[in-house]
Ligand binder design. Sequence first.
Ligand code: B1M
Length: 238
Amino acid sequence: MVDLKRLQTAVEVGDRDTAVAVTEEALAESIPPLDILEWMTDAMGVVGDRFSRQELYVPEMLISARAMKAAVALLEPLLIASGYKPDKKAVMGTIKGDLHDIGKNLVGMMLKGANFEIVDLGTNTSVEEFMAAAREHKPDIIGISALLTTTMGNMKHVINAVREADDLPNLRVIVGGAPVTHEFAVSIGADGWAPDASSAVVVATAVVETARGNTDLQGFIDPDKVAAAGLQIAVPAG
Ligand code: B1M
């Protein structure tokens, strides 16, 4: 039986080949992709803590990230349900000043699995880039990721620009990322916030269906689950 601790260690030390090999083994044993993912996310927590204690530096963080990305790529087809029929659209990006993209990519994959078409703007995304993509692709939501406390405030500028745009009345904005709390999301006027990729699916779906006037969310998501998680849901205007 596969030892997923080896996967965690491989991501921690940036051993891409082992991370990929153990992930392949785990998938062959039909271990659920979200369980596999948890070991890698834990590894990134360890890497972050070591960075904080100056036991490792940016290059080591980078090779850990590369190992995780290579292994996550194997999970992507499983996270996206077969029979993918997009009926919702999200423009996703990491906020200006921030180059972290693993969490944003995971949220994008999970949203695809929930029938969202994803337009990925990558990292270091400016207000102007978000707004241009919103006008070009006409998404239901913009999803913004932020990992740095120094630049997470830039998300507010995107929200303000969306609110001020007369031509985008139904566009909603959801935010997330390790330092982004529910309180912070409310303070910048986001329509939705989620602490992780799985709950991002619940929140994004709720936000979109509410904006579409489907106020009876029962058919789309479990409202009790949303409330229990303390998640914010958009209230339809008017
Ligand atoms: Co950086 N980094 N990093 N880093 N890095 C952190 C974030 C840090 C916490 C490490 C630490 O000090 N402990 C720290 C930030 C401190 C702070 O702001 N208070 C930090 C720092 C300081 C930096 C630099 C400034 C270091 C330097 O240069 N001196 C620099 C900044 C560069 C820049 O962005 N301008 C930097 C650089 C890097 C690398 C490039 C080397 C690399 C990123 C590679 C990449 O992403 N391609 C990196 C890494 C890997 C990390 C850590 C170790 C791991 C991040 C990660 O991928 N986590 C991180 C420490 C940590 O997080 N513990 C750290 C795994 C990922 C699955 O989790 O992204 O949180 P996460 O996503 C989750 C949720 O947050 C949520 O769902 C995801 C899945 O469940 N979520 C959303 C995310 N987005 C969402 C959006 C939503 C909803 C939910 O709705 C739209």
